[in-house]
Design a protein. Structure first.
Length: 308
């Protein structure tokens, strides 16, 4: 059977439109199935504060997310710490200005390093790198997020701090009826930046049974979003020629755009949800500008969208 040449283009009016013959729905986890404002995002803010005595706001975290390349919250935490340390050495930039420079440098932690290297004199740069402790930040992050008991179980060592864990503070966003609708009508996959063990925790909480081969997590070999490798691999595994990917971040939509380029024989549609860091009319416009085919208030609007 011949495959369509490419995904349905986003209408210029911004009105919702996805391919009417979608065969598979791929879901992000954070900000789509679970609210992680009080868990992962809180862990970013508090990890930096505990290690360096200062931190950034939730709006600052969102600025890093929108710069691109920060699907991995450990990388975002490390980049934000790098920014604060560089400020101590004379970097004259707000969070918004710094993240704009990161985006211009290609995004992600590599982009943050490049911005700092360009902005500081060699001696100041060396002092920043000497004070920068990305691995310790990651350990503190995991202890805050997982809690002491799960840290010992999943990380295989003693946590640097004893905490109950923010993992318990993740309200479920998806309703059982939505899970039933999606699993009854579509092949369902999951594409997340979570480690596999933490994806297990999340999917169990929301009652979504997705086989391991239909998941792509941090532990798989494909690069992080917005690299399209994970989404294309899932399309293969799901045996689908028409795929909708639902996410809460601009990098999720960018992943779809990139997938269209590398896999033009399939149709890929991007659906943004406004329950993560992007919200309201401003969030809708950012999704549409990034190339989303549709933007919905929450994952629970998918049945109406996909039936229309």
């Amino acid at each position: 059977m011949a495959r369509p040449s490419r995904a349905t283009e986003r209408p210029k009016t911004g009105r919702a439109r996805v391919n009417p013959a979608v065969e598979a729905v791929v879901l992000d986890v954070d900000g789509v199935l679970l609210d992680v404002a009080g868990s992962y995002r809180r862990a970013i803010v508090e990890s930096i504060e505990r290690v360096y005595g200062e931190t950034l706001s939730s709006e600052g975290v969102q600025s890093f997310k929108e710069a691109g390349g920060f699907n991995d919250d450990w990388d975002l935490t490390a980049a934000a710490a790098l920014f604060l340390l560089a400020r101590r050495e004379g970097l004259d930039a707000t969070v918004a200005e710094f993240t704009e420079r990161i985006a211009a440098a290609g995004g992600g932690l590599a982009g943050a390093k490049a911005v700092v290297a360009d902005a500081l004199a060699p001696a100041a740069r060396e002092r920043v790198l000497a004070a920068w402790e990305p691995e310790h930040l990651r350990e503190v992050f995991q202890a805050l997020y997982l809690g002491a008991a799960r840290y010992r179980e999943l990380e295989g060592g003693e946590p640097p701090i004893e905490e109950p864990g923010f993992v318990h503070d993740e309200p479920v966003l998806v309703e059982p009826a939505t899970v039933e609708f999606l699993t009854a009508r579509f092949a369902v996959g999951v594409l997340t930046g979570r480690p596999a063990a933490e994806a297990d925790i999340a999917l169990s909480r929301v009652g979504l049974d997705v086989p391991t081969e239909h998941r792509r997590t941090m532990d798989d070999p494909e690069p992080d979003k917005p690299d399209p490798g994970g989404l294309v691999a899932l399309a293969d595994r799901l045996d689908a020629t028409r795929v909708a990917f639902v996410g809460d971040a601009l990098d999720d939509v960018r992943t779809v755009v990139n997938a269209r380029e590398v896999d033009p024989e399939r149709a890929y549609d991007g659906v943004g949800v406004l329950t993560g860091g992007l919200s309201g009319d401003a969030g809708r416009r950012k999704f549409e500008d990034a190339g989303a085919n549709a933007v919905v208030g929450s994952v629970n609007d998918l049945p109406e969208l996909l039936e229309s």
